[in-house]
Design a protein around this ligand. Structure first.
Ligand code: FPP
Length: 224
């Protein structure tokens, strides 16, 4: 791996928690628990490898269609994590931000999100961006509604929740689709799909994705 050519912004669609659990005869909730733990593990690795920003799809604007009990459990994960490991966030060494709608989330989760953002706000360098109640249709429509035509690309980007273009977009668990994640930001992203389920995705897989990225020639519509 060439450490001088690391993608600055990596995005991951963390898919397959349910399948990972099923394979092990465990409930889906256990898969989500392990997926949540893995989120911080992979963030630490991304930081060590020199990635600048990692955007993770934790809960989409469409995930509200899931059974309420599963939604409640998913929201419980960051809350429990924070309550058990408050001090860890103080020494995290990197910034954590949340992107997505804030008007539909339970207050307890919102409070924890704000606390985590505040606790880590002075760290510089790597940014972990956790997308909760995020969807690109929602992000783009909200931005368009804040603007008056004629608008430029720069105007629109100034109104997006996530401003940096994605360099490398990874999806775990075999599916090969974008599912309303970072539609605008991933316009020129390189895609990497792996069959590995999210709770099993680690350093080896992230390095493999980066190696694959480094072999690509990005032309942005131009010639080589
Ligand atoms: C996909 O697995 C994963 C999710 C829908 C949630 C990802 C969430 C976490 C890793 C936990 C952190 C949560 C928050 C809110 C910060 P799936 O359930 O779609 O798996 P399947 O496709 O195998 O059923």
């Amino acid at each position: 791996m060439n450490f001088k050519h690391i993608p600055a912004h990596v995005a991951i669609i963390m898919d397959g928690n349910g399948r990972w659990a099923k394979k092990r005869g465990q409930p889906r909730s256990y898969g989500h628990y392990r997926g949540g733990r893995n989120l911080f593990k992979v963030a630490t690795i991304a930081n060590e490898l020199g990635i600048k920003k990692l955007s993770l799809f934790a809960f989409s604007t469409e995930n509200w269609k899931r059974p309420q009990a599963e939604i409640d459990y998913l929201f419980q994960i960051p809350i429990e994590f924070y309550e058990k490991q408050k001090d860890k966030f103080k020494t995290m060494g990197y910034q954590i931000v949340f992107s997505g709608r804030r008007d539909r989330l339970p207050k307890k989760l919102l409070d924890v999100m704000v606390e985590i953002e505040k606790t880590t706000s002075s760290f510089r360098g790597f940014v972990l961006n956790i997308c909760v109640d995020y969807g690109s249709y929602d992000e783009l429509i909200t931005a368009f509604n804040q603007l008056t035509p004629p608008i430029t690309i720069a105007d629109l980007e100034n109104h997006l929740m996530i401003k940096e273009p994605v360099d490398l977009l990874i999806r775990t668990s075999g599916e090969q689709r974008l599912s309303n994640f970072l539609l605008w930001q991933a316009s020129y992203a390189e895609f990497y799909f792996t069959k590995i389920h999210w709770p099993s995705f680690g350093k080896r897989q992230l390095k493999m994705a980066i190696r694959s990225y480094q072999k690509r020639q990005r032309r942005y519509g131009g010639l080589a």
